[in-house]
Design a protein around this ligand. Structure first.
Ligand code: ADP
Ligand code: GLC
Length: 474
């Protein structure tokens, strides 16, 4: 199969979260089973761009409304990532330092998508499927089906994968003229509640819609930031395909970002050596369990309750536990987590920011990883943690529920709780302290988790089945 993935992120080129990890790994796994998957994303001004060689693949132009824009498609020269990687350069619009967060993000991502479709339209290479990820590529299925100038692509199947339905890319109808001329009878395919909603449009126009876990698909029918009815209506074309992890990048035996590599043969010593590095750097007590949180400090991750939850744990369990936080997000949460460093010195620390290397060291050196998420479409952290022998403590929701079995259940190896609340986290920390004290149980749980194969092998093949079915039925 010839597959083109369209995304705003792709590790190691540009990553803000799990979307980047998925798009950096899935195509590689698809290619390893005999397909030809390529990836296209905007050309941000990243280190990867500066450090690698590029060739110009195509130059074209688009009109964003009345604005004439040149675009250039460049290709990474060596395919070193395991797939062909293309970047779309649009001068002054896409070549920025950050991926998201600009006041003209609507214009940036609309122009990106238009350039991608314009490029495919004239390309000698025709994909068997265009695979869109999240709302940043959500207008593509509509454009391929209903924009007059792209009619040559209307038969090419499209798949939408929803990594997070909270963000939908809403734009006012006053911006509808950005798109190239389209069949006006189809305005309803762009609209949701009187705005252009790129995510809703993709759910309506894509041939197949997938979510990144089975439970998340169920949850979206109940809570989908306003799209609940649409999920109910379109349920026939939706299916859940659980994310995997890149076992080459996330392997404690070879991970170059770790102070000490280890495998299931020397887990105890390996994890202790990595924990020692963390405890020294962050002034923590190596003899006490180390619980870490890594992630975006936003409401979805329940980061706002972390300060109270951690305080309540220190109140109830005293010096019996350490916490280390790595994340960035809402300013008041960053501030509160930051100010607690002095208050609880010796058993608590926090790094506010994004740090890939430190995150790997934390997965390796921690004893437990806390994820109290209110919403978690899949979650990759818990799978990375398990591969590094770190016990996940997760709220039973979305992909966390699909990947972690509580130690109290048959074959269980993790700690689950039901509510994103101070009380549930506190209770779960109490359980973690007990597990930590029982070294036999802890090492048995570590062994069990590290054996689990969460790699992309199975899910990459499942996506191929989806594409094949679309191709045959086209
Ligand atoms: P989401 O995509 O919702 O943020 P995921 O669990 O799918 O959540 O993936 C998060 C990814 O981003 C993981 O690779 C995690 O290690 C990484 N990550 C999140 N925050 C940080 C941070 N502050 N520093 C380094 N890596 C981070
Ligand atoms: C999103 C979700 C996260 C998921 C990731 C990759 O960012 O919030 O749960 O793991 O996408 O699919």
């Amino acid at each position: 199969m010839e597959i083109l993935h369209v995304s705003a992120e792709c590790y190691p080129v540009a990553k803000a979260g799990g979307l980047g990890d998925v798009v950096g790994a899935l195509p590689k796994y698809q290619n390893s089973i005999g397909n030809n998957a390529k990836v296209v994303l905007p050309m941000y001004r990243t280190k990867f761009l500066a450090d690698n060689e590029w060739v110009v693949d195509y130059k074209g132009h688009i009109y964003l409304g009345s604005q004439f824009l040149h675009y250039t498609i460049i290709k990474e020269a060596t395919s070193k990532l395991g797939f062909d990687l293309y970047l779309v350069d649009i001068y002054s619009l896409l070549d920025r330092e950050k991926i998201y967060g600009y006041s003209d993000d609507v214009e940036r991502f609309t122009a990106f998508q238009m350039a991608v479709v314009d490029w495919i339209n004239q390309w000698h290479y025709k994909p068997d499927v265009v695979h869109c990820h999240d709302y940043h590529s959500g207008l593509i299925p509509f454009m391929m089906k209903y924009c007059y100038q792209f009619q040559g692509l209307s038969h090419v199947p499209t798949v939408l994968t929803i990594h997070n339905a909270q963000y939908q890319g809403w734009m006012g109808w006053d911006k509808s003229h950005y798109l190239p001329a389209w069949d006006p009878y189809k305005w309803g395919m762009l609209d949701w509640k009187n705005t252009i909603n790129p995510l809703a449009s993709a759910i309506k126009c894509a041939d197949r819609v997938t979510t990144v876990s089975w439970s998340y698909l169920e949850e979206l029918r109940i809570e989908a930031n306003g799209l609940e009815n649409l999920f109910e209506y379109e349920k026939g074309k939706c299916l859940g395909i659980l994310n995997g992890i890149d076992n080459d990048v996330w392997d404690p035996a070879t991970d170059p970002l770790l102070a000490k590599n280890f495998s299931s043969k020397n887990t105890k010593e390996g994890k202790l050596a990595n924990k020692r590095v963390l405890c020294k750097e962050f002034n923590l007590d190596i003899d006490k369990p180390l619980i870490v949180f890594i992630g975006r400090l936003v409401g979805e991750k329940a980061a706002d309750i972390l300060p109270s939850a951690i305080r309540s744990c220190f109140h109830d369990y005293g010096n019996d536990v350490n916490f280390l936080i790595l994340g960035s997000g809402e300013p008041h949460v960053e501030w509160e987590l930051g100010t607690m460093v002095h208050e609880f010195a010796g058993r608590y620390n926090a790094v506010i920011g994004y740090n890939e290397k430190l995150s790997h060291q934390m997965y390796a050196g921690a004893d437990f990883l806390l994820m109290p998420s209110r919403v978690e479409p899949c979650g990759l952290n818990q799978m990375y943690a398990m591969r590094y022998g770190t016990v996940p403590m997760v709220r039973s929701t979305g992909g966390l529920q699909d990947t972690v079995v509580d130690m109290g259940d048959k074959g269980g190896y993790g700690l689950r709780f039901n509510h994103a609340s101070v009380w549930d986290i506190n209770y779960s920390v109490g359980r973690a302290i007990e597990v930590y004290a029982n070294k036999v149980k802890l090492s048995q749980m570590r062994r069990q988790m590290m054996k689990i194969d969460n790699s992309w092998d199975k899910s990459a093949a499942e996506y191929i089945q989806v594409y094949r079915w679309l191709k045959w039925t086209q």
